[in-house]
Design a protein around this ligand. Structure first.
Ligand SMILES: [Ca+2]
Ligand SMILES: [Ca+2]
Ligand SMILES: [Ca+2]
Length: 333
């Protein structure tokens, strides 16, 4: 009994003898905390429930049946990690009166009204409109607006006008202003922007908003690129983050210095234009000190935030990996 009591007593006495004078000394030195303060992180913690996404491939859902009763999921559908379909491809394209599935490789959901089952989303398809109303490089809105690829690239003053595709998109700025700009695309029309592509950068600056995006191609030439398809661009003509900035130093990302362009095919951030909030997906995987696949959600300069398996598990697909091609936050409803 004596031994059982004495050991805790001795430990307690030692703690009092060591800890209390140390604490008093810290308070005397004007320190208000007795423990080391954890470093404050400004990185947004992204949870799967905050996101919607599209896959690289079509698949059959083996989980709960989607609300429209169709178990076949297209790489053009916008999905929720809870195993539901947020919008089918044909719903996104409803305003364009297109019944073909044209794929989905960029999306930014701006507003959701669950009661009316309405949402305002900007997005880009994998394929051109068969009737020629838009290309896979254009930015589309669910209201039927089209911002052509030429306008997105105009501020980069490339020597020739070329459609470089559109692989990821995210608007930054005040959400009400972004929505007003997107509404205006419905009335302006694609042809006006093709005639006045340089108007976009000045319009965005005037409204104090921006369009962050990535292309499918490197320009103006592969040998002497101004930007890579793995760089994050701004429609005002600047590079927000090069491929080598997006990925940690231990990954050989960026050309020509580090060796490989990993691509950039899906992107989310908040609306505040802070680079540390960027999360994205690459076109190719990497195995090294930092491992990632082209289906994972990766945090800027910091490795995998959400693995592909977590995004797709509620769909119970028969393959464990479906890729990742578009990513958006879901607005708070
Ligand atoms: Ca994409
Ligand atoms: Ca596209
Ligand atoms: Ca990807």
């Amino acid at each position: 009994m004596w031994r059982r009591v004495s050991v805790p007593l001795i430990l307690l006495s030692l703690f009092v003898l060591i800890a209390v004078p140390s604490a008093i000394a810290q308070v005397r030195r004007g320190r208000t905390t007795l423990r080391p303060v954890k470093p404050v992180t400004t990185t947004l913690t992204v949870r799967p429930s905050m996101l919607c996404f599209s896959t690289e491939e079509d698949f059959l859902c083996q989980g709960p049946t989607p609300s429209d009763g169709i178990k076949l999921i297209s790489d053009g559908d916008l999905l929720l990690p809870n195993g539901q379909v947020f919008r089918r491809n044909r719903e996104l394209l409803l305003a364009f009166e297109i019944r073909d599935d044209l794929g989905l490789d960029a999306a930014d959901v701006l507003r959701v009204d669950p009661e009316k089952r309405e949402s305002l989303t900007v997005f880009s398809t994998e394929l051109d409109d068969p009737r020629g109303k838009f290309t896979a490089g254009d930015l589309l809105t669910t209201e039927g607006g089209v911002l052509p690829n030429a306008a997105l690239l105009a501020a980069f003053s490339l020597p020739t006008r070329v459609d470089l595709g559109l692989d990821a998109v995210h608007f930054v700025g005040k959400i009400e202003t972004i929505i007003n700009f997107v509404h205006s695309l419905r009335d302006t029309g694609r042809d006006w922007w093709l005639e006045n592509p340089n108007a976009l950068a000045s319009k965005l600056k005037e409204m104090r908003i921006d369009i962050w995006f990535s292309t499918e191609g490197t320009a103006p030439t592969f040998q002497s690129p101004k930007f890579l398809d793995g760089d994050l661009l701004s429609a005002t003509g600047t590079i927000i983050a090069r491929n080598g900035v997006l990925l940690p130093n231990t990954v050989p990302a960026g050309l020509p210095s580090r060796g490989v362009d990993f691509g950039l095919d899906a992107l989310v951030a908040d609306r505040s234009a802070r680079r540390e909030r960027i999360h994205f997906s690459t076109e190719i995987l990497y195995r090294g000190r930092v491992n990632f696949t082209d289906g994972d959600v990766i945090r800027i300069n910091n490795g995998v935030a959400i693995p592909n398996a977590t995004l797709i598990k509620m769909f119970k697909p028969r393959a464990q990996f479906l890729g990742l091609d578009a990513l958006s936050f879901m607005p708070r409803r």
